[in-house]
Design a protein around this ligand. Structure first.
Ligand code: PMP
Length: 357
């Protein structure tokens, strides 16, 4: 084997925002059963390390194109983190002030990341759930004449997945088998946008939608009420807090409604959060692929499909973000800071450089 060489991307980038997208699809080599091939699309390769960089960029650029966003106007959005981090990256690069509203239940590293990227973060009470942070963003936008990004309603969300994420999948699987595409939903932008293309160009690919088992709001069959602007008017009665950050807010978003109305999914498979956490850990420790709880949960569903899938099936699972965003969450629970017994034994196995005590 000769040494690996690389030759650059063949271009100079004018802005960090031009590096959004074109994330790699990677085969799992260890943890998938032998009867199938499982690939993951690793969105952590985006500049602010999540799938939401795509939507953040298009919300701003579509508003710029259509004159809805004025130079220097403040942008405001309710977000559990990744959209805020993506928007903070885009707004910093393009010179817009950003205010994010966020329930205080989401991980502290997300708040600090957004502030690090120059945004202001206004916390809302966790008891008021996603609905509360959302109402707060609306209130602030109305009171100050700010631009509300509206990730849950805007067509700019699924559109960018149709024009980037889906095209990348089509290109990478050109001439290759692709039997299943697996995705959860937060806004539903990923699944709605990708499904538009798969249904048309790869109609044999089964689309598997997933949601947290204890917050199975799509599975309940009940659609929450919405106002004329398609914004939720109530918290979904079947929602319960769940550990899969970024997935399933406490309402069915308008952007996801397209997937429900057009039957963009073939099967809905709920997944318990702890299973997602377990698979995220296995992806990291056994494949070297670092993703958050939603990525682990998507792979958990891919593994369930693998149990009954025909021999040789090819499954693609979305990995929405990086595991580094979860240091203070249950994903890292039990990962020690101090040396374990095994590590202490290793330290003592040679005479030099031993810690005291
Ligand atoms: N996983 C994580 C970690 C996310 O932040 C999001 C977006 N909120 C998703 C999954 C779901 O993506 P989408 O909004 O496109 O449905």
């Amino acid at each position: 084997m000769t040494i690996r060489t690389t030759s650059g991307r063949g271009r100079l980038y004018e802005s960090v925002v031009d590096t959004v997208g074109d994330t790699p699809v990677i085969r799992l080599n260890t943890i998938a059963p032998k009867n199938v091939t499982v690939y993951v699309k690793a969105e952590a390769f985006n500049p602010a390390a999540s799938v939401k960089d795509r939507l953040a960029l298009n919300i701003i650029e579509a508003a710029e194109r259509e004159g809805r966003l004025k130079p220097g106007q403040t942008v405001v959005e309710a977000t559990s983190g990744n959209t805020g981090i993506g928007l903070a990256m885009v707004c910093a690069a393009k010179g817009y002030p950003l205010v994010v509203t966020m329930a205080d239940s989401f991980s502290v590293e997300r708040r600090r990341l957004m502030r690090f990227l120059g945004a202001k973060v206004v916390l809302t009470p966790r008891a008021k759930k996603g609905f509360g942070m959302y109402q707060k963003a609306k209130e602030l936008a109305d009171a100050n004449g700010w631009f509300l990004a509206s990730q849950f309603e805007t067509k700019d969300n699924a559109d960018i997945h149709e024009s980037t994420t889906a095209r990348e999948i089509m290109g990478d699987f050109d001439g290759q088998r692709l039997d299943y595409f697996v995705s959860g939903y937060g806004t539903g932008g990923t699944v709605s946008g990708v499904a538009r293309v798969l249904r048309k160009d790869r109609p044999d690919t089964k689309i598997i939608l997933t949601e947290p088992a204890n917050a199975a709001i799509v599975g309940s069959g009940y659609i929450n009420k919405r106002n004329d602007a398609h914004q939720p008017e109530e918290s979904h009665p079947n929602f319960e807090p769940h550990p899969i950050q970024g997935w399933t807010p406490d309402f069915i978003p308008w952007v996801l409604q397209e997937t429900l109305d057009k039957k963009f999914y073939d099967e809905l498979i709920p997944i318990p959060g702890p299973e997602g956490i377990a698979w995220s850990r296995r992806l990291a420790a056994e494949e070297g692929i670092f993703t958050g709880i939603s990525g682990g949960s998507t792979v958990a569903v891919a593994m369930k499909i693998a149990e009954t899938a025909p021999e040789g099936s090819v499954i693609l699972a979305m990995l929405p973000d990086t595991g580094e965003r979860y240091l203070s969450t249950p994903l890292f629970e039990g990962i020690p800071e101090e040396m374990t017994e095994e590590e202490v034994a290793l330290m003592k196995s040679t005479p030099g450089y031993q810690m005291e005590g």
